[in-house]
Design a protein around this ligand. Sequence first.
Ligand SMILES: CC(C)(COP(=O)(O)OP(=O)(O)OC[C@H]1O[C@@H](n2cnc3c(N)ncnc32)[C@H](O)[C@@H]1OP(=O)(O)O)[C@@H](O)C(=O)NCCC(=O)NCCS
Length: 432
Amino acid sequence: MPNALTITDQRNNKTYEAPIENGTIRAMDLRKIKTDPEDFGLMTYDPAFMNTASCKSSITFIDGDKGILRYRGYDIEALAEKCTYLQVAYLLLHGELPTPEQDQQWTYEITHHTMLHENIKNFVDGFRYDAHPMGILVSTLAALSTFYPEAKNVHDPEIRQRQIVRLIAKIATVAAYSYRHRRGLPYVYPDNDLSYTENFMNMLWKMPEPKYVASPVIARALDVLFILHADHEQNCSAATMRVVGSSQADPYLSMAAAASALSGPLHGGANEEVLRMLDEIGSVKNIPAYIKRVKAGELKLMGFGHRVYKNYDPRARIIKAVANEVFEVTGRNEKLDIAIELERIALQDDYFVQRKLYPNVDFYSGIIYQAMGFQPEMFTVLFAIPRAAGWLAQWSELVQDPEQKISRPRQVYTGISHRTLETADQKQTVHA
Ligand SMILES: CC(C)(COP(=O)(O)OP(=O)(O)OC[C@H]1O[C@@H](n2cnc3c(N)ncnc32)[C@H](O)[C@@H]1OP(=O)(O)O)[C@@H](O)C(=O)NCCC(=O)NCCS
């Protein structure tokens, strides 16, 4: 079977061949389709990148119809069951799970880069007491760029690796500072005796006790949530990381941009919106009326639907199981009952079935985070911490990809083609 697409241009009956590789044709092959030599050539028009592959990637695989998510070929279910977040971060970045020695070395390096420069404290202190923690995170990530000027050497593998370690290590500390700032609590320094998630919990919740002891169930639940959120191929924030990174901006600045993209309610901000929605619904008996409003197009069911998954999001299934473990420790949260009933009703309703709208990762994560003691404002920050690994893996792949250049989409210009600027004098003459 020949591996090419034959295109006939009905404007002039000319025929073209475009080779097919990996189920794609090269958009640039369309440029040779012209009606005359002056013609710019054909482009594709694809708002929101609904059907455009912007890169080749070997990091994450999603089959949205079957509900499959794999990092480097491993099923997300197996990784969530058997690995730690740091092992998964290593896998995303290096392509293989670490050997025991590599694991030890990697954990040591991350642990020993969790400290922030003291000036960052003053920087965070500058925010209003009620500043949104995502705003603090985004700004502090960008500010870190000024502390590590060598980071701009994005083509030096050693320098790149150092920034990767710093960012994965420090983002949890920045997140914890943003949390403590809102509560008017003193910042807590990292504790190198603790695991990544235990240390994060220590920086969040340590009070005057000499040594913070994390609940193993909560620490493991956070670790699993971090694994589930670590990467999701070319989503809005990963694409932003790549676009900004393609200009050779340093990874701190690129990651500040990626985190900004994550903050939107249609992306990482959705978990915060789910909680607001559950609050608004208030009780199981109000669900049918709420679903009616959703179906009337008045509002969206937050935490439902996905651009890629047209089946149950595999992460949502794992999170639902984690929720039960967390509630054994924290006590049951009535919002879980509303969520479970909402899911039950929605999954059998024609509106949702026909549109293939299933719960996504954000549907249950917010309920767990709230049970752990987080305010909704922190939820997207909790998403950003592990996504750092995915953003950096995507960025690293981009920087080393010889096919990549600075990102620069085309447009279809629909404005006025040309007009002459009148001076004030001319205008007066015309209007006189
Ligand atoms: C995730 C999301 C942005 C994907 O959007 P998309 O791929 O552009 O899908 P569309 O908006 O084209 O949706 C297709 C149809 O389903 C409907 N739909 C999509 N998500 C919906 C939701 N959460 N509630 C109700 N209806 C929804 C749309 O109104 C549209 O209906 P129509 O065909 O009658 O116009 C969208 O599903 C959404 O806004 N979900 C809520 C926010 C959320 O949970 N985001 C987290 C993603 S991990």
